[in-house]
Write a protein that binds this ligand. Structure first.
Ligand code: NDP
Length: 536
């Protein structure tokens, strides 16, 4: 595994190499445990069961000291301006490419995902994001001259300014340690903030490796810090920061929102999903089946926007199920031993495999049929679940209503598109969705009727790669969004600035002393402006 470095000085994080259980350098604490936290956290490779490193479990004191350092470093980072910060991000983009193998190995070692899942959905995302935010941050955040039709501000200069909030806290999940944990730090940094990242306790190593990379690229000390630890470390971080960007489960997201509300700081929440796919009778079935298999099984189904349930029109249902079943049967699952070695990797988070097994058992207990898979993979060192297809499912089953987050694909028969849209919307979640049809106009109309943050027509998930588009959840899938203008402006305060020339009148007409003649004149003016009405 690649080396990652971090140390604790007087309770606040600095960088220092340490040795992992497998002999690689890893994140460890140097300073007194009293201030660093009570114990270390062992990081397991879910594909082998081996402990690959350990990291400190930071307590509230350590997090507070880290916050103080981040705040102290922020003004100079902000003062570098967009161009100065963009230079660091572009160097980081190159660093990521130069060190791609090392980063991939680190991601694989802590998640158990395949090299391809790490390469395509993590390295390529972060590399693109470094360049995207380096290029576009200025356009999204530069001072904007605003025009107003309000007569009282005629002749004045109106400016909208975005000012960095100061110290941003990012809390991430375990399924994408680079994309979903570190990825959100990039726009926060480009906006001129210092950032503390609290990665999942299960997958902290990639975040630490990125700290090493950013340091090599000239990021000033303490502008990006990693607070390793469990949920309590995340909660302690919320106490310190000016804004929290959270990605994780809806259950924890609610707690984060409550804490943020108590402190009156903004939060942005990217939460769980139960993404529906609708396949209409006129769809290109080969493409629909290929995408259904890939986007439900990729990353072993541990993707917030993976296809979690499918609705297929009756005339093509049997054919679609059989096509998908054969394609899933061909997938190779097991320990990733290099590129091309397997298609489906491990289940990263230990309790997740119980949820997957429980959802499958619940469905079969209620009459669903497993057409392929259906069990934990036995005889392996690590944690794996067979890629599984279920037919004959309905909404009484958890596999159709709760987030399974595993390599499962339940496929339900529907009578028509209306029923499919109704069932797609019959969910507390609203993250992503997809519609497959050869009629693009109809697909677009149906897409607009699905209550989700993103809907793809004849595609799935791909919206995530277009950083110009907002990505966020409706309903219980989140608040706010990442990417696009909103994905960086949320890391800023908005400030309105009105500049009146020193040559302006000494006294303006609406001011004291009030006179009946002036009041009548203004009344007539308002009538002319607003009182004409429209007869249509
Ligand atoms: P969790 O909600 O369990 O954890 C997310 C993060 O929050 C972890 O770092 C966790 O720490 C931390 N945390 C736990 N308790 C608290 C607390 N009280 N205060 C602050 N932080 C806390 O999510 P998972 O890690 O299980 O991630 C999987 C979930 O993430 C799925 O529901 C998935 O859909 C969602 N997700 C959403 C995405 C989106 O863009 N909408 C993208 C990716 C995933 P620790 O792990 O140490 O307990």
């Amino acid at each position: 595994m690649a080396g990652v470095e971090q140390d604790v000085q007087g309770g606040a994080l600095q960088a220092e190499p340490a040795v992992a259980a497998n002999g690689a350098s890893a994140a460890m604490a140097e300073a007194p445990l009293a201030s660093a936290g009570s114990a270390d956290i062992a990081v397991e490779n879910p594909a082998t069961g081996e402990i690959v490193a350990s990291v400190p479990d930071l307590d509230a004191t350590a997090v507070a000291q880290m916050a103080a350092r981040g705040r102290a470093a922020q003004p100079d980072w902000d003062a570098l301006g967009f161009d100065g910060r963009a230079r660091v991000m572009r160097r980081a983009q190159k660093w990521l490419m130069d060190n791609a193998d090392r980063v991939v190995e680190t991601i694989v070692s802590e998640t158990g995902k395949t090299h391809e899942d790490a390469q395509f959905a993590e390295i390529s995302y972060a590399a693109n994001a470094f360049g995207f935010w380096a290029k576009h941050a200025k356009g999204y955040l530069d001072d904007q001259r605003v025009k107003s039709s309000q007569i009282l501000v005629k002749g004045k200069k109106l400016l909208l300014r975005y000012r960095p909030l100061g110290l941003v806290g990012v809390i991430g999940p375990w399924n994408y340690p680079l994309t979903n944990s570190f990825g959100d730090c990039i726009p926060a940094l480009m906006a001129g903030n210092s950032v503390i990242l609290k990665p999942s306790e299960v997958t902290p190593l990639t975040s630490l490796l990125m700290a090493e990379g950013l340091r090599e690229c000239g990021l000033p000390e303490h502008v990006y810090q990693v607070a390793t630890g469990r949920g309590a470390t995340g909660a302690a971080m919320i106490e310190q920061v000016d804004m929290v960007m959270f990605t994780g489960s809806t259950r924890t997201g609610r707690k984060v929102a409550e804490e943020a509300a108590r402190r009156l700081i903004p939060c942005s929440l990217e939460l769980g999903g139960k993404d529906p796919m609708i396949v209409l009778s006129d769809a290109d079935l080969e493409r629909a089946a290929n995408l259904a298999v890939y986007y439900s099984m990729q990353n072993a189904g541990q993707t917030c926007i993976s296809i979690e349930r499918v609705y297929v029109e009756a005339p093509i249902y049997e054919e679609f199920v059989s096509m998908v079943t054969e394609k899933v049967r061909a997938l190779r699952v097991g320990e990733p031993k290099g590129p091309g070695s397997v298609d489906v990797g491990a289940i990263t988070f230990p309790p997740q495999i119980d949820t997957i097994a429980e959802h499958v058992a619940d469905a079969t207990g209620k009459g669903a049929k497993v057409t392929v898979g259906g069990h934990r993979l036995e005889g392996q060192r690590g944690r794996f679940f067979e890629p599984t297809v279920l037919s004959g499912v309905d909404h009484t089953m958890k596999v159709m209503t709760e987030e399974t987050f595993g390599p499962t694909l339940p496929i339900m028969k529907v009578s028509d598109a209306e029923e499919a849209v109704r069932l797609a919307n019959e969910s507390p979640y609203g993250l992503g969705a997809s519609v497959f049809t050869r009629d693009a106009a109809r697909g677009e109309q149906l897409a607009k009727r699905i209550h989700a943050g993103a809907t793809n027509v004849n595609d799935a998930l791909i919206n995530y790669t277009a950083l110009e588009l907002p990505m966020g959840g409706a309903k219980a899938s989140g608040l706010g969004s990442r990417h696009g203008a909103g994905g960086i402006r949320k890391y800023c305060d908005q400030q309105a600035i009105v500049i009146t020339s020193h040559l302006a009148f000494k006294r303006e007409i609406h001011m004291f002393p009030y006179r009946a003649r002036t009041t009548r004149m203004l009344q007539r003016l308002f009538k002319v402006m607003y009182g004409r009405g429209r007869r249509d």
